[in-house]
Design a protein around this ligand. Structure first.
Ligand SMILES: Nc1ncnc2c1ncn2[C@@H]1O[C@H](COP(=O)(O)OP(=O)(O)O)[C@@H](O)[C@H]1O
Ligand SMILES: [Mg+2]
Length: 283
């Protein structure tokens, strides 16, 4: 396996049983590689197989066909499961379902205790983890008093304490208000940039994907599109056909183009504003 590929899905298939007991394919021969240190966004409408794929990536589920490799470790080897889960942390949608401790500090300690970290090392790991998510002032706070965004940051601290290689966010911003969403997104971008943590952000918000190195579009259990955000979001009609939206700047440019006004392709609103101003001022 390529050194740079931290995670690889090779020809992976997965099936669930529906209520009538018939087998429903959820992932069909999925091939995907995630480079070490990259920020990857995964888009796709409900039921396209995103969560199933995430669970396969940290051995919460095992593939029926094909292979999932995490730093070269095959997830189907039972003895590697705990090492794999330490490497690949998961943040889920509902912040209230992931916190177990009575205080923020206890919550971060919980995972470390399970991992058998020495008590002398715990203090340092907890402090480092809380600092990395900017929650150190809340060490003794009761989690239920925190905002949604803060709760997700505590969940991320719990993962950071395990010194992971990858954090997968499975719609972790979906239940948050705009401020909480910003908090979490800025945090994971910083962890990616400054600490080299690989991030896989599964999201409903195309806006969140504009900063990624790679965008993966899932549809009906398959990888429909994969590439840099510019290449993926430039295919507005193809995305629309599978019920997906594009970032605001892309949508507006597309609408202007349909009225005969052509502007350069951009992903960010600020850049589009610049182009529109230039156009208006030179008329
Ligand atoms: N535990 C389960 N039992 C049966 N079917 C499931 C189960 N989990 C997911 N599915 C089905 O698998 C498909 C893909 O689900 P999922 O991976 O959760 O998609 P997504 O995260 O993209 O919404 C859906 O059709 C869903 O109904
Ligand atoms: Mg899901």
């Amino acid at each position: 396996m390529n050194e740079e590929n931290l995670l690889a899905l090779q020809d992976v298939s997965y099936t669930y049983d529906d209520e009538n007991g018939s087998r429903v394919p959820v992932l069909k021969d999925v091939d995907l590689t995630i480079q070490k240190g990259s920020f990857v966004s995964v888009l796709g409408h409900n039921g396209s197989g995103k969560s199933t794929m995430a669970k396969l990536m940290n051995a919460l589920l095992l593939p029926e066909g094909g292979k999932v490799l995490v730093s070269g470790m095959d997830t189907s080897q039972g003895e590697l499961v705990w090492e794999i889960r330490r490497h690949v942390g998961m943040v889920f949608q509902n912040p209230d379902n992931q916190i177990v401790g009575a205080t923020v500090e206890d919550d971060v300690a919980f995972g470390l205790e399970n991992m058998g970290v020495e008590p002398e090392q715990m203090r340092q790991r907890i402090d480092e983890a809380l600092a990395s998510v900017g929650m150190e002032p809340y060490l003794l706070a009761q989690p239920h008093r925190l905002s949604g965004g803060q709760k997700q940051r505590v969940a991320i601290a719990g993962i950071m304490a395990m010194r992971p290689s990858v954090i997968i966010l499975d719609e972790a911003t979906a239940m948050l208000d705009p401020q909480g969403r910003q908090e979490v997104l800025q945090l994971v971008r910083r962890l990616n940039r400054d600490e080299g943590i690989t991030i896989i952000n599964i999201t409903h918000f195309p806006e969140e994907a504009v900063y990624s190195d790679k965008v993966v579009v899932m549809n009906a259990g398959e990888v429909l599109m994969e590439g840099p955000p510019g290449d993926v979001f430039n295919q507005v009609e193809r995305l629309k056909a599978v019920g997906l939206d594009v970032p605001f700047a892309v949508r507006l440019r597309h609408m202007l183009a349909s009225k005969g006004i052509d502007l350069p392709f951009v992903l960010h609103q600020e850049e589009l504003v610049e182009h529109v101003c230039r156009l208006l001022l030179t008329r």
